[in-house]
Design a protein around this ligand. Structure first.
Ligand code: NAD
Length: 451
């Protein structure tokens, strides 16, 4: 409760990106008054007009529904004037060294004006372990020792962000003072989820360790898939058989072209760097990263097996975003693959229903439709498992391609159906042409690795 008004606390959110806007919209939906501050004038202007600057299902509607409880501003003083709780949701991208770049976090701390009362600064951005202690010291130094500090990492996934926020597996609240942890926990009281109350260091580590573990599962199943390819086993069957073991569980056992996105790659390398900076060599995470990089490049090997040199060959890249239901291309496998193909001298024709790829793949031709992308192609590569690609093995596509070759980087299609439709077909860890028919039908798995 706000001491000033006796009503619900007023929330201020710094950063109008995926995490910030979803946090703001969801708290507004729960009845809180929310002020959102960003540093990009166009972003704030768009939000004032009800335009969401990226694609996240349901977010536009949720913001519209709660418009009267929300305010958008560029002005820090306005953002904090009446706020009881200040959520920091700014980006923490990787630096060249692999460490997290905390400059936006520090900018928020540096810009804070003098604050009255016991407002609480809540860190939702993913930060290295030990950041909270440094922020606490910086606040104290700035004469803001009366401001509370809580670590409350976010676990939402793009594409399902609203549901993830409203129905989380857990809410993690790490505090230096019991009373601050109580107040932040109380913000979530309408949400039905266990609250993990802990110290700030452990809360920071829970976030990094969770993402690193999920990434490890993906690299593990990708290596199993690679061994399946040379032994004749079917990774889909293997994953199903493994996942039914309650000690293992079925999630994040989907073999494919590797993980990407704005979180897994950077959080894995940030944890590896954090360990290294503290004198510990985290060997497992080095392998997770290496396997992931190689996995993206294995597609090139499969293409050359079929086509020989890729110079002057035309390759359709189908799907550019790092996963479906988002327009986010950060660290997408398509960037590495597309760049490799262009470097080999191939012509790249790319299609994606959401991505705005201009800044990522110079030299590729972007196509409006799947049919346009496969026109005259020597191979079509499924990089993102968009639903629109489920019908790829059609007569129209086969006739449009110069060679009917599909490389399925996400095991989206049914091998038997694709081959029966007259295509040569390669996927990840499922029986190749030479083993086809020996392993029985392999059902298409509909679960994704939602990073
Ligand atoms: N995207 C995800 O799926 C996801 C999930 C969980 C956690 N996270 C973590 O949450 C944090 C935010 O991620 P994101 O994807 O929302 O980032 P983002 O890049 O989409 O958005 C960050 C926003 O912060 C704004 N910003 C920068 N400096 C600012 C300042 N001084 N004051 C106010 N706003 C400022 C930027 O302009 C931008 O709009 C990161 O640490 C990320 O690792 C992200």
């Amino acid at each position: 409760m706000s001491k000033k008004t006796g009503t619900k606390e007023t929330i201020s959110v710094f950063g109008a990106g995926w995490v910030g806007l979803v946090t703001a919209a969801c708290f507004a939906d729960l009845g809180f008054r929310v002020i959102v501050r960003d540093v990009i004038p166009e972003r704030i202007a768009e939000l004032e007009e009800g335009i969401v600057p990226f694609y996240e299902p349901g977010l536009t509607e949720m913001l519209a529904r709660n418009r009267e409880r929300m305010h958008f501003t560029l002005d820090v003083a306005e953002a904090v004037a009446e706020a009881d709780v200040l959520f920091v949701c700014v980006g923490t991208p990787p630096t060249y060294s692999g460490d997290a770049d905390l400059s936006a976090v520090w900018a928020v701390i540096d810009e804070l004006p003098p604050l009255e009362g016991r407002a609480i600064l809540v860190m939702k951005s993913t930060v290295p372990v030990g950041t909270g202690k440094k922020v606490r010291a910086a606040l104290d130094e700035r004469g803001l020792d009366h401001i509370g500090y809580v670590s409350n990492p976010e676990f939402l996934a793009e594409g399902t962000a609203i549901d993830d926020f409203m129905h989380p597996d857990r809410v993690v609240v790490g505090a230096f003072f019991e009373s601050d942890g109580e107040r932040v926990s109380a913000l979530y009281k309408q949400i039905d989820a266990p609250i993990v109350r802990t110290d700030v260091f452990s809360a920071e580590m829970i976030k990094l360790a969770s993402n690193a573990f999920l990434a490890t599962r993906i690299s593990f199943i990708n290596e199993i898939a690679n061994v399946c390819e040379v032994t004749g086993a079917d990774v889909e069957q293997v994953a199903k058989g493994m996942g039914l073991d309650r000690r293992i569980g079925p999630h994040f056992l989907r073999a494919g072209i590797g993980f990407g996105g704005s979180c897994f790659p950077k959080d894995v390398s940030a944890l590896k760097q954090l360990a290294g900076n503290s004198g510990y060599h985290f060997q497992l995470l080095s392998a997770v990263i290496d396997v992931n990089e190689l996995q993206k490049r294995r597609v090139v090997g499969k293409l050359t097996q079929h086509l020989g040199s890729l110079a002057d060959k035309t390759i359709a890249i189908l799907g550019l975003t790092f996963k479906p239901d988002t327009d986010d291309m950060r660290e997408a496998a398509s960037i590495v693959l597309g760049s490799r193909l262009l470097a080999e001298g191939a012509n790249v024709q790319a299609w994606d229903p959401m991505a705005d790829p201009d800044s990522y793949l110079h030299g590729a031709r972007f196509c409006e439709s799947i049919l346009e992308a496969v026109e005259g192609a020597d191979a079509a590569v499924i990089v993102t498992e968009w639903n629109e690609l489920r019908g790829l093995a059609s007569k129209d596509v086969r006739e449009a391609m110069r060679r009917p070759l599909i490389i399925d980087g996400r095991n989206l299609l049914d091998p038997d159906e694709v081959r029966a439709a007259g295509f040569a077909y390669e996927c990840v860890g499922r029986p190749s042409e030479q083993h086809a028919g020996s392993a029985g039908g392999s059902a298409v798995n509909s679960e994704r690795n939602p990073s």
